[in-house]
Design a protein around this ligand. Structure first.
Ligand SMILES: [Zn+2]
Length: 318
């Protein structure tokens, strides 16, 4: 057993002895962080907001980490348990800890608060590679493939979120959204999954809630609007997942993101998420629910107003 695994095992033992598993807790031992194993307590005042606790036992995490240690490419990596994830990174231990606490733990807490009742159904690894070289070399070594994005991706098959963290933490928050959508929103169409994920790739906290801000996708969207190249919302919502990812991928992401952004700014996004989830069998594309929540029959008129709204947005914000 390596030094690392002894530390992890010691912490898991301590976790076993923790009497308050029904409460959110946080503990740091050396470079190991254990956060919120049992998730947040439900709000008694709002039964619809009940958040389930994670379904993994300490033995599950222990077994998972033991297996994981066999794969870790070198001793430069720090492992930090951040339920329901395990964060593994080759930046300095301090930096990996900072990302685990300041980004992963924060995003999990805030996304669950806003949307998600269920944790992902498997323990997922979050690999934070320190630069392009580490990202590409280790992707090949660990997953047998060269990544097709320079930023990072989520692979359900590999049970991993894989990041070139030198490109910033935004993609990390974006990718954290996807396993939660997978666990909570069966058959969520790509447009809404990516709209929500990309909304939070530039995010912060406003009034205690996660909040998406304008970002680098805006100028290209404004250009497409000015050229009259955007599709209708009806078509966007009805786009198959394959078409969403393969045809006009850039503008699809941006249009979906700024529809979510608009709904957020009108304080409609969380309500839309819940209604779409409830109505998904009758309205699998979300279009009918979108019209209903916007209280619009004439969606062409809405699109004109939304486009002029988007054209007035700014990025950078100042
Ligand atoms: Zn995505």
């Amino acid at each position: 057993m390596t030094f690392l695994s002894q530390r992890l095992r010691a912490d898991l033992q301590r976790l076993l002895a923790t009497p308050h598993l029904g409460r959110f807790f946080f503990c740091i031992l050396g470079f190991l962080v254990v956060a919120g194993l049992a998730g947040r307590e439900a709000s008694a005042a709002d039964p619809d907001r009940t958040v389930t606790t994670g379904s993994f036992t300490k033995a599950d995490f222990e077994k998972h980490i033991e297996q994981l240690q066999k794969k870790i490419p070198s001793k430069d990596f720090t492992v930090i348990l951040t339920p329901p994830f395990v964060v593994i990174g080759d930046e300095s231990p301090e930096e990996v800890r900072r990302r685990s606490e300041g980004t992963v733990k924060w995003a999990v807490e805030k996304l669950k608060q806003a949307y998600f009742k269920q944790d992902p159904r498997q323990i997922l690894d979050i690999w934070l590679f320190k630069d392009k070289k580490s990202y590409e070399t280790n992707c090949k070594k660990l997953f047998g493939k060269t990544p097709d994005t320079p930023f990072g991706y989520f692979s359900q098959e590999a049970g991993a979120l894989v990041m070139n963290i030198s490109t910033g933490g935004g993609t990390l928050v974006h990718e954290i959204v996807h396993p939660f959508v997978a666990a909570n929103f069966p058959n969520c169409p790509a447009w809404f999954n990516e709209g929500l994920g990309s909304l939070y790739e530039q995010s912060g906290e406003l009034n205690g809630e996660i909040h998406g801000y304008t970002n680098w996708r805006l100028p290209r969207l404004q250009e497409a609007i000015l050229k009259g190249k955007l599709t209708s919302f009806k078509t966007l919502c009805q786009t198959t997942d394959t078409d969403f990812y393969e045809k006009d991928r850039g503008t699809n992401y941006a249009q979906a993101r700024y529809l979510c952004y608009y709904l957020q700014q009108k304080d409609l996004l969380k309500t839309y998420y819940r209604r779409f989830l409830t109505n998904r069998k009758d309205d699998p594309t979300g279009y009918k629910t979108l019209k209903a929540i916007l209280e619009r029959d004439d969606m062409d008129e809405f699109q004109k107003q939304w486009e002029s709204y988007v054209l007035k947005l700014k990025y950078p914000r100042k």
